[in-house]
Design a protein around this ligand. Structure first.
Ligand SMILES: Nc1nc2c(ncn2[C@@H]2O[C@H](COP(=O)(O)OP(=O)(O)O)[C@@H](O)[C@H]2O)c(=O)[nH]1
Ligand SMILES: Nc1ncnc2c1ncn2[C@@H]1O[C@H](COP(=O)(O)OP(=O)(O)O)[C@@H](O)[C@H]1O
Length: 214
């Protein structure tokens, strides 16, 4: 069978996106997933209440605090953290299954989760931090999303400064001014990271055959 570049095996990567709440990472992630069939979303478990329109098993697995703690005890999470007044965690098994197929996984997790993942999976991790163009615009976006109460929005604004202080821990920074431009930037990052030599695990055999050595 002729050897073509499309048959070169690839090692899946873990693309992490973090931002202060409301900066736009969910919007960017959804567009990326719709346009790129090689990446799928890691669905987190959370103890927070579903927002209007959120679907259990799609946006999050909505679980009780007791169930969450049981999952922690059983080692079912790749990472987990308390964010605002709720618990969030990344179920391990689905991520490992997707990576084993040479596909990529997208994570919408906070800086605490990113730090944990960096310790356990540095080589596979690509991290992107999304910033808003201004504090006023961040507040406007939180209000226009209109899914949280005024009290919840105020709490998220109060935490935004702390969250944003972690930007130097990330590989890439995107200031989300225009959403299409931001999506294109994340696509460019993904394209370049997939081409990294160490991720193209089948390349050695491919070049050996190209050179006629086999
Ligand atoms: N560490 C960690 N953080 C998570 C996880 N899932 C969501 N988060 C973070 O929790 C924060 C709150 O998420 P959410 O309640 O959906 O509100 P959002 O900020 O509007 O997306 C965000 O910073 C998410 O990135 C997870 O599994 N692990
Ligand atoms: N570049 C942008 N310009 C204007 N509005 C945006 C932009 N990106 C996202 N939004 C809007 O801001 C709100 C918050 O975005 P979302 O993706 O939910 O943020 P996050 O997931 O970071 O909390 C949503 O109403 C979304 O439509």
């Amino acid at each position: 069978m002729p050897q073509t570049s499309s048959s070169i095996g690839r090692r899946g990567l873990m693309l992490v996106m973090s931002s202060p709440s409301g900066a736009g990472k969910t919007t960017i992630s959804r567009a990326l997933l719709a346009r790129d069939s090689g990446i799928s979303m890691s669905v987190s478990a959370t103890t927070r209440a579903p927002r209007p329109g959120e679907v259990d098993g799609k946006d999050y697995y909505f679980v009780s605090v007791e169930r969450f703690h049981a999952m922690v005890e059983n080692g079912e999470f790749l990472e987990h953290a308390r964010v605002f007044d709720n618990f969030y965690g990344t179920p391990r098994a689905p991520v490992e299954a997707v990576l084993a197929q040479g596909r990529d996984v997208l994570f919408d997790i906070d800086w605490q989760g990113t730090q944990q993942m960096r310790q356990t999976a540095r080589a596979d991790l690509v991290s992107v931090f999304v910033l808003p163009p201004s504090v006023e615009e961040l507040e406007r976006r939180l209000h226009t999303r209109a899914q949280d109460s005024a009290e919840v929005v105020a709490k998220r604004m109060a935490k935004a400064g702390d969250e944003m202080s972690h930007w130097p821990e990330y590989d890439y920074i995107i200031v989300n001014v225009e959403v299409e431009e931001s999506i294109a930037r994340v696509q460019a990052i993904l394209t370049a990271e997939r081409l990294k030599r160490e991720r193209q695990v089948g390349m050695h055999d491919f070049v050996t055959r190209l050179r006629g050595l086999e």
